[in-house]
Design a protein around this ligand. Structure first.
Ligand code: ZN
Length: 250
């Protein structure tokens, strides 16, 4: 493991899965913090494409002249950490980790639901941030595109911040830049952060599809186009494009 971050106050750790939301969060962090590290979790996801997308996105962001090159006030992209959470895969009887159909459960939650997943991720991320000397932890959870995940709620995250700081006797700050915006707003935020190059990177290289489909490229990105994740992303992109069209011709 490399040397801990020099200045905790200007360092951030981003929970980075390779999905659309966490990719935008990574750009957001590179705009605000001078040193940005990433953490990903490997828990036997049915499709490992997200973990491969992470590598592609990080490599693109570290190129000279992009968000993560550390010049012109932008943050420098630091090390990546991948933590193995095999136990999470073992206890999760869900479509994300097993070859079962994506469906809604009786409780109205998608069958991809892993109970308390973000609580586990945050606990590991905060422990890593502590060890790395990083104060800020960034994650792409959101209440707006409500899909019934109680561990994405604002109150849950705020309670976790209190619990982590009490339990570790530290002062870590949890940031959720996407909490109150929808998928259309996430596309717009990517544009605001890094213009068309970053928006294109998010569209082309971030991954959402539950079926792991990278063969088909749509205007909104790669995916099967049919699963709930693809539909959410496609609908968000359509709203984002129509909002731009209205701005251009009021
Ligand atoms: Zn899909």
């Amino acid at each position: 493991m490399s040397e801990p971050a020099a200045d905790p106050a200007s360092s951030a750790l981003v929970l980075f899965s390779g999905g659309q939301d966490s990719t935008v969060c990574l750009g957001w962090a590179l705009q605000r913090f001078s040193h940005v590290e990433t953490v990903g979790f490997d828990y036997g996801q049915r499709h490992r494409v997200e973990l491969e997308c992470r590598r592609t996105i990080r490599a693109a962001l570290a190129q000279p002249g992009t968000l993560g090159d550390g010049r012109d006030g932008r943050g420098a992209l630091g090390p990546d950490h991948v933590l193995s959470l095999d136990a999470l895969g073992l206890i999760s009887e869900t479509a994300l980790t097993r070859e079962t159909e994506i469906a809604m459960t009786e409780g109205g939650l998608p069958s991809t639901f892993v109970p308390g997943r973000n609580l586990i991720f945050l606990t590991f991320a905060a422990a890593l941030a502590y060890r790395r000397g990083i104060r800020h932890v960034v994650l792409g959870v959101c209440e707006t595109d409500y899909s019934g995940y109680p561990d994405c709620r604002d109150d849950t995250i705020k309670a976790m911040q209190v619990a982590l700081n009490l339990g570790m006797e530290t002062r870590i700050v949890l940031h959720t830049p996407l909490m109150w915006i929808d998928k259309a707003g996430t596309f717009a935020l990517a544009d605001t952060i890094g213009g068309q190059p970053f928006a294109d990177l998010v569209i082309r290289e971030s991954h959402s599809c539950y079926l792991g489909d990278r063969a088909r490229l749509h205007p909104w990105g790669h995916g099967c186009g049919e699963c709930p994740a693809c539909r959410l992303r496609a609908e968000g992109f359509a709203r984002y494009r129509s909002a731009i069209a209205k701005e251009v011709s009021p």
